[in-house]
Structures are given as C-alpha cells and as structure tokens.
Design a protein around this ligand. Structure first.
Ligand code: P1T
Length: 385
C-alpha cells in the first residue's frame, strides 16, 4: 500500500503518507501518544524522532498526506489555522511590508493588525480582484502577498496566478489561505504560490471536532525556516488531532463533491427567493469572478453568502428560526452552519472596514453541509418565511 504523485486525488487522500504499521500490520497509522522517544545512545535516535514538539510519527503521516494532496514536497501541522498564519508572518522582520487581501477571516485580520503590526510589520489592505490596485500596493520593502480565495465572508475570487506573478516580479513571496476551497478544489502551488495555508478545522477535518492548521510548500528553504519556527514556537497539534485529520482526509473528495452539489442547488434556490436580495456563490454566472473561479477551481465549494431583504431584525429572525442549519461560527463540517459575520466571525474587523467590504447587518453566511439537500432547502424556506 503506497501512493505516488501520479495517483488520483482519492488514492492519495487514502494512502499518501501512510503504510501499515511495521510491527503489527495495523492498517491505520497508530496514535503515537508519546511526548518523547528513547535514544540508543546520546544523540543516536530512531528515524527522526527525539521529542514530539519537533516531530511525531502520527503528525508526520498527516503532514505528508496533506502535502501530497496539495502537490507539495513539504507539510507542517499546527495547533490552529491562526497558528499556521502566524508562522508565515514570522518569516518577516520589522520594517517588512505585506500586501494583504482586504477580505480575510476576522482572526487573520486581527493577527496581522493587532499582533504583528505593533511589532513593526507594515500592511496594505487591497481588493485583490483589482489587479491594478494590487500592483500599486507593492513597495520596495514588500516581502509577502497574502491571498485568501474564495474570501471569507464575501466569497471574492482572487486570480492566484496573476497576483503570484506580480509578487514574484517584485521579489515577494505569495501565501494563499486555501481553507474555503480545500486541496480538492484548488492547488495554489501549481498556480505560482509559494506557501499554502489551511485551517484544517474546516473541510480537511470536516466533522467540527478538532482545531488545527497546516502549511505546505515546495520551497526547501521556506520549509526549513517554517519548521524551525514550528519547533521554536511550539504551536503543534495534539496527536489525537493529527489522527482525526488523517482519518478525515480519506473522505475529503467524497465530502467536497456533496458540499459543492448541495451549495449549487441552494444558491440557485435562494437566487429566486423573494426574501433574499442577493446571493454570492462563485458557481453562479452572476458572480463577478465566476470566470476566474472556473479557471482555477475544480468546483465552487460549500460556502454561500446572502444579503437578506431588510436589516438586522430580519437576519436575527432567520438565524433564530433555523432547525437543521445550526447558528454557529466555523464552517466546512458535514453539518450545515449559518452565521452573522458582522456580529460573529468578523466582529474584530473595524466597523469602517466592514462597511467598505459590504459586511452589513443583512449579510448572512451559510456553510452548506452534506445533509439531504431538500431538507436543507425546506429549512431555509421555513426560516425565511
Ligand atoms: O480557527 P482556526 O483553525 O484558527 O482557523 C482560522 C481561519 C483561517 N482561515 C480561514 C479562511 C478561516 O475561515 C479561519 C477560521 N474561520 C472561522 C472560524 C469562521 O467561522 O470563519
């Protein structure tokens, strides 16, 4: 049982990074629940393992698996998506400049502006769907372009190849938060990005039962530097989490197909709904970057953002009435979730920026799960009714 880069996604999802346990034949990679590893003689270690903050076999299997799914040579796992994000920013030094996608997860916005800006990192927010504005945002000291696509929560689609080419020309690296697409739908390294980041809490974990993050890269030097930061800062995932993520990637392709199918049906339904003002979904022809989504994604994902007719009262009414959709932060699990970005996931984004982005009181975000779609549609209809 093994896997190589020429295998299809499903085969790699199930096999990459794993082989039967050599001592027992166990088909699943064991949970190596150990903090340390016995040495034969001082400094003489078995394989690469001396201490689990540095490396652990269950974590290594997950890191290799996710690297394979992104078409990368190297993978690194972290205790959360924001921990992974922080490691990329730690590649920079005071005085360096970042061109940051203007619409990103609230916690990403917060770590850039409220943790790293005060340490001397300079930041320019830009609407990366506007390539002229993006080009103009670069400065001589720009070291990093941070893309999120599709964006959270406005589902803007950024042309990864175009922005990565601009960054390269200007001597900066490009990192892409690929959480909303998952490696099944989009592989930014193949489009010129240097680093891919995921919150594995979302589609990769897929069951809303674990928090984690990963970084992958093909660049040996970036890998060495990020591995050093992983070791030095120690924001590594627990071993049980690594096992859960490794178990979950085996069904990622099957789950994502259903997420995409359900989301498309719901987006089309809501487009016709009298209580809905506007539906934002990259798979709809009405989406302003639909052509880019078609070019760089293999499917349009499970996230939908809608504007209701009305304001906060109408949003509250709907969000309190859902029965199958659960009112909760997060996304990407098998169960459908719904939330209010302005009050919940993006409350930490300054009100002025929220207003600029369109994160209004009548904006509602859906994470469409893999339940039966007719039940989901009926639930939304009764909640809107
Ligand atoms: O929650 P954590 O695993 O630390 O991941 C942070 C993160 C990073 N990137 C994106 C695109 C994200 O959406 C998130 C987390 N997002 C939510 C919790 C949310 O409800 O949007």
């Amino acid at each position: 049982m093994n896997s190589n880069p020429s295998h299809g996604f499903g085969t790699r999802a199930i096999h990459a990074g794993q082989q039967p346990d050599p001592s027992t034949g166990a088909i699943c990679t064991p949970i190596y629940q150990t903090s340390t590893f016995v040495q034969k003689s001082p400094g003489v270690i078995v394989e690469e393992y001396d201490y689990s903050r540095a490396a652990n076999p269950t974590r290594k299997a997950f890191e290799d698996n996710i690297a394979s799914l992104e078409g990368a040579r190297h993978g690194l796992a972290f205790s959360s998506g924001v921990a992974a994000t922080g490691v990329v920013i730690h590649l920079l030094s005071a005085g360096d400049h970042v061109v940051l996608c203007d619409d990103v997860y609230g916690g990403t916005n917060r770590i850039f502006h409220r943790v790293f800006q005060q340490m001397g990192i300079e930041i320019t927010l830009v609407d990366m769907t506007d390539l002229d504005a993006t080009r103009a945002a670069f400065r001589p000291n720009t070291k990093l372009a941070w893309i999120e696509t599709p964006t959270n929560p406005m589902l803007k689609v950024v042309d990864i190849a175009a922005v990565a080419a601009i960054a390269k020309e200007r001597g900066a690296i490009t990192a892409v938060d690929n959480t909303f697409a998952s490696p099944y739908l989009q592989n930014p390294l193949s489009l010129g990005a240097d680093i891919v980041c995921h919150s594995t809490t979302k589609y990769i974990g897929g069951h809303s039962d674990a928090i984690g993050g990963v970084l992958v890269t093909n660049d040996d030097d970036l890998f060495k530097r990020m591995k050093f930061i992983q070791l030095s800062e120690g924001a590594v995932p627990g071993i049980q989490e690594c096992f859960l993520f490794l178990r979950s990637t085996k069904t990622l392709h099957v789950r994502m197909d259903r997420h995409c199918q359900n989301a498309m049906a719901i987006a089309r339904h809501l487009e016709q709904h009298p209580k809905v003002d506007k539906v934002i979904y990259p798979g709809l022809e009405s989406h302003p970057q639909h052509a880019i989504a078609k070019k760089q994604m293999r499917g349009f994902g499970g996230m939908i953002t809608i504007y209701l007719k009305g304001g906060l009262d109408e949003s509250r009414k709907m969000l309190e009435k859902v029965r199958i959709f659960a009112l909760a932060e997060s996304l990407g699990g098998v169960e459908s979730l719904i939330e209010h970005p302005a009050i919940m996931t993006h409350a930490s984004v300054p009100a002025e920026q929220r207003a600029k982005l369109g994160i209004a009181d009548n904006l509602v975000r859906l994470s469409v799960g893999i339940e039966d779609v007719q039940d989901l549609i009926a639930d939304l209809d009764q909640a809107l009714g």
